[in-house]
Design a protein around this ligand. Structure first.
Ligand code: ATP
Ligand code: MG
Length: 201
């Protein structure tokens, strides 16, 4: 029976080994039975157009997750009309799994810092546990965060590594500049990006 589920949302444009190492570490630290990776359909706080389509981002996630039985990509946000709010997704998944299942929402420190701006953040923090991954270059002011979102501190489980300074933005830039990205994304994802000529401009 599944009791503990990680939900890991992101643009995943493209998914990289930093994402996968985090998902694996969170799975281990929080003893998760499954990690569901959810590409966002439309990110309210990230208005620039995506370089890859939702279908392409999902396909790359499927390729990346194929070798790990605990990793499951989900198109739940891609199927829903915008805007994509995490709380809506988490409520739907909690209802699907049932109230006996504990959800750990996995996010990076940069996303945690941003959390007070998120839609219905108090409901989000009341519903799920947070598995927060330290990220190079981002320091969290927990006291400040607690004033904006009371109760958040006790919901956090810290995932302290591995800290990989890889970001999709850099990978897109590298592709556009003709620089290599191989080994920063899983091999099948690299092959997909090459085959479809993604991120070249
Ligand atoms: P972009 O540069 O396009 O923002 P990204 O690499 O930050 O891409 P996202 O899809 O935005 O990837 O990230 C999804 C989630 O994973 C976010 O919560 C983010 O904080 C976290 N994350 C991504 N890369 C890392 C990393 N190298 N270390 C820690 N957390 C990360
Ligand atoms: Mg990001």
């Amino acid at each position: 029976m599944i009791e503990r589920v990680g939900i890991y949302g992101g643009t995943f444009d493209p998914v990289h080994v930093g994402h996968l190492a985090i998902a694996e570490e969170a799975r281990w630290i929080c003893r998760l039975d499954r990690v569901v990776l959810v590409p966002v359909g439309h990110q309210p706080l990230k208005p620039e157009p995506h370089a890859a389509t939702g279908a392409q981002r999902l396909r790359m996630l499927e390729l990346a997750c194929a070798s790990n039985a605990a990793f499951v990509p989900s198109d739940i946000e891609l199927r829903r009309p915008p805007p994509s709010y995490s709380i809506d997704t988490l409520e739907v998944l909690q209802a699907q799994f049932g109230s006996a299942v504990v959800i750990y929402f996995i996010l990076g420190a940069d996303a945690l810092i941003d959390l007070p701006r998120w839609h219905r953040v108090a409901d989000l923090v009341a519903l799920v546990q947070l598995a927060v991954v330290a990220r190079p270059g981002y320091t969290v002011d927990l006291d400040g965060l607690e004033t904006h979102v009371p109760g958040i501190r006790e919901r956090i489980t810290w995932i302290n590594g591995p800290q990989l300074a890889i970001a999709s933005t850099d990978l897109r830039r590298r592709c556009a500049a003709g620089q290599p990205i191989r080994y920063q994304v899983p091999d099948p994802v690299y092959a997909y990006i090459e085959e479809h000529g993604l991120y070249r401009i």
